[in-house]
Design a protein around this ligand. Structure first.
Ligand code: A2H
Length: 256
């Protein structure tokens, strides 16, 4: 964590059907998944791209907390993030960040989810090994059209489903174009991953470069291709999509 504060949009992604391993942990703890709503909270800098979500990533190495936020609603985030939230008036009690239970990322993989604004109706939780526990909520929603990291991770997952112990059908291979750009077309991330010859999610240096280029071009020279603000510049649409998501209760502003 540096000196510059970062403002994220926390996207609430509802888990609609738990993977067997997660279900077992919840059952053992007498947790009623029928009566309660459980949301993964994904931290994003690009709320305007949420139309293009194709899955949600968790790290198989991270232990997440399940935290009650009132009225039978629960969030899944790192304890670190929920602690921060508890000092930002985003939770019922200031400074209270005791988890109802701890659930490992690995056990969540294969759960079905419903993500706000996503063009795809039903998506899955998938693994991303490069998710940092020290940033955001430790949950990353996947937008492979506009995020080089998401694109290359998706490619890796669909090439090696056995290695990752996932079902190939859980990986959506069809990208949803969201932002039209002058330089890199309507699938910015794919273009840059190819251009910079990025081979793996571990090519950190080139990915950082691709991320920077995609982010700048999308923000300053991008035009929305879908949704309520179709045809508007990304720079103008971004705060509006964000405000709409907050107003509908599908997201909140989270700082760190
Ligand atoms: B972004 P910054 Cl479409 N570990 O959201 C690794 N990456 C994380 C993370 C974590 N713990 N928490 C958030 N992120 C990702 C969308 C997106 C993002 C698009 C394009 C670029 C992009 C969809 N994924 O980020 O280090 C999240 O992915 C590129 C900058 O705080 C979040 O926004 O600057 C971004 O990294 C936060 O990165």
């Amino acid at each position: 964590e540096g000196l510059n504060p970062q403002e994220y949009t926390g996207i609430k992604i509802k888990i609609t059907e738990f993977a067997d391993e997660a279900k077992k942990i919840l059952d053992e703890n007498n947790f009623d998944t029928e009566k309660n709503n459980i949301f993964l909270v994904a931290a994003t800098l690009r709320p305007e791209t949420m139309y293009g979500q194709t899955c949600c990533f968790v790290s198989p190495k991270i232990d997440y907390g399940l935290f009650h936020v009132g009225n039978g609603d629960y969030y899944i985030t790192t304890e670190r993030a929920f602690k921060n939230m508890s000092y930002q008036k985003l939770t019922p009690t200031r400074g209270d960040y005791k988890a109802t239970l701890i659930i490992n990322g690995k056990s969540l993989i294969g759960s079905k989810i419903k993500a706000p604004l996503a063009v795809y109706d039903e998506l899955y939780i998938l693994p991303m090994e490069t998710v940092l526990a020290s940033k955001g909520t430790g949950v990353v929603t996947c937008v492979p059209s506009d995020s080089p990291d998401d694109f290359i991770t998706t490619k890796d997952l669909s090439n090696k489903p056995e290695y990752y112990n996932i079902n190939k059908d859980w990986v959506k291979s069809q990208l949803v174009p969201i932002v039209q750009t002058e330089k890199y077309g309507d699938k910015c991330a794919e273009y840059l991953v190819n251009e910079l010859k990025i081979q793996s999610p571990k090519d950190a240096l080139q990915l950082a470069q691709a991320k920077e280029l995609a982010y700048k071009e999308g923000y300053y020279n991008g035009t929305m291709m879908v949704g309520k603000y179709k045809g508007e510049k990304v720079e103008e649409a971004k705060p509006k999509v964000k405000a709409d998501l907050v107003a509908s209760g599908d997201a909140f502003v989270y700082n760190e």
